[in-house]
Design a protein around this ligand. Structure first.
Ligand code: SAH
Ligand code: DHB
Ligand code: MG
Length: 227
């Protein structure tokens, strides 16, 4: 038997599952292509992961979704498509160029009416939303700068109600999460948010490792019990 590259196996299984279960449509494919064309990093959720987020939003009946980290709006499209016509999604993005690509992708996907992409440091936007008395969100997807994960969790809790679902992307980082000695700021950020979830009586949480076209990573998922 030839040596098998694990990444090839994961990618092949992802391709099979994506082909069977997702079948990315023209607007999603165009969003991915436009993001790549604009030189944005190739770090959006995979199609299977995007559909997973979409199904979580539908299963929870989400009407208000908060996303931290828009990039080109690929995950935004998946989440916004789960919303009813009068639903609303707010997505926070630091880079004006990313937000511009995302807005154009959302217009193409005919979702611009229910999505607001806010430019600025997410911590500033979140503070402003809390001060302004923004209504609670039903689902929060945290997927921006990883060292701020624990801070974003705290803000998210202040914008939650009992029953809100909080999902944090990229917490496993090829398993480096388990390396207490790691000096990688993203790994430290992942550990901090996992430990914050573990210690916080306002939530009950788990995490799932994933393998696939994006390698080995994972999501944390937390249910808000009380705030
Ligand atoms: N959710 C997207 C991927 C987001 S990538 C998807 O799956 O399709 C992470 C994004 O977070 C990048 O666009 C980056 O510019 C943004 N970001 C980084 N630091 C940020 C900050 N401090 N505030 C808001 N956004 C930030
Ligand atoms: C990175 C960020 C992401 O949001 C992601 O899904 C994958 C990788 C990163 O910063 O390396
Ligand atoms: Mg991510």
């Amino acid at each position: 038997m030839p040596a098998v590259n694990e990444q090839e196996v994961w990618s092949a299984a992802d391709a099979y599952l994506e082909d069977e279960l997702v079948g990315e449509d023209a607007d999603l494919a165009a969003a991915r292509a436009a993001s790549s064309e604009a030189g944005l990093p190739d770090i959006a959720v995979s199609p299977l992961q995007g559909k997973f987020l979409h199904l979580l939003a539908r299963a929870t009946g989400a009407r208000r979704v908060l996303e931290v980290g828009t990039l080109g709006g690929y995950s935004t499209i998946w989440l916004a498509r789960a919303l009813p016509g009068d639903g609303r999604l707010v997505s926070l993005e630091l880079e004006p160029r990313h937000a511009e690509v995302a807005r154009s992708n959302l217009v193409r996907a005919e979702l611009a009416d229910r999505v607001e992409v806010r430019i600025g440091r997410a911590a500033d936007s979140l503070s402003a939303m809390i001060s302004a008395g923004e209504a609670p969100f039903d689902l929060v997807f945290i997927d921006a700068d990883k060292p701020s994960n624990a801070a974003y969790l705290e803000f998210a809790l202040q914008l939650s109600r009992p029953g809100t679902l909080i999902v944090v992307d990229n917490v496993v980082r090829k398993g480096a999460l388990a390396d207490r000695a790691s000096l990688d700021p993203a790994v430290i950020g992942s550990r901090e948010v996992i430990e914050a979830l573990a210690a916080d009586p306002r939530v009950d949480a788990t995490a799932l490792q994933t393998v696939g076209m994006k390698g080995h990573d994972g999501f944390a998922v937390a249910l808000v019990l009380g705030v």
